[in-house]
Ligand binder design. Sequence first.
Ligand code: TRP
Length: 332
Amino acid sequence: MENQKKRILSGIQPTGTFTLGNYVGAVRNWDALQDDYDCIYMIANMHAITVRQTPAELRRKTREAAALLLACGIDPEKSVLFVQSHVRAHAELSWVLSCSTPFGELTRMHQFKEKSAKHPEDINAGLFTYPVLMAADILLYNADLVPVGIDQKQHLELTRNVAQRFNGIYGDTFVVPDAYIPKTGAKIMSLQEPDKKMSKSDTNVNGFVLMLDDADTIVRKFKRAVTDSDGCVRAGDDKPGVTNLMSIYGAFTGKEFAAIEREFEGHGYGDFKLAVAEVVKDKFLPIQQEYRRLLDDKAYIDTVLAQGAQRAEAIANRTVSKVYRKVGFLQL
Ligand code: TRP
């Protein structure tokens, strides 16, 4: 049955530790998908350098990202876990695909517009062609499904266009991937400004919880979370702060809003916030322990990544050969 499973591919950039939002929105699902899908998980270090990085730090963060993913339950026996730059095919396919991507389509990308506004001193061509590299990541592996958050949806749409255009010109080559929308897709908002997505680039550190925050920090951040003056644990558009805390509590306990409302009937926000902090701590502290244990064993991490790269390469190189043949590159 092995090869009847649909293939899922996802990537995450190794730019700092993941937030609670990354965990709920992405990494947690990566673990859950492993049994039902053929999963390929990539640490996107080539995408990371579209924004200036300190080399030693990028190296360190790449290993740390691998350790954290393993600690979160990514099982290298079940899934392929690898680092993008270890598989040359990503750069190779990216070039060919860039020649099938209209300039105008890239100029419409929201993320390019936002990032170039944020880093006016470094609007490099890589930032502009970023979605083409992402298309290569996906199309190299014939991925059926790509779990993406709202911020990457436009890039997946572009990937589909590129694949369809290429298939139209050169004949059937790529699987046209679909977005995978997780069943429990709670979007986690900032604890300080609950109308904004939780982000580690937030200048207010109380807005986000990191997976590697210690127990006291987690409690402190939840205690300071913005709520409202109504004092009642109830979800609603008029109560974004409390609703966000309920989403977090629900994501970590599997409880529905109605059950959470019943559980905290007659309780104040203080009790509720502590309960949220508690379930988050219960989940993150063991992951942190496992993360530290793994990081102490660099040889193990590197072996996992080397094996992952080998498995990824076997698939990716086949796609590149096929593409090179189709576009008319001379074979020797
Ligand atoms: N661009 C994605 C992000 O920043 C990471 C990524 C790179 C990715 N390649 C991918 C995600 C391929 C899905 C599929 O979140």
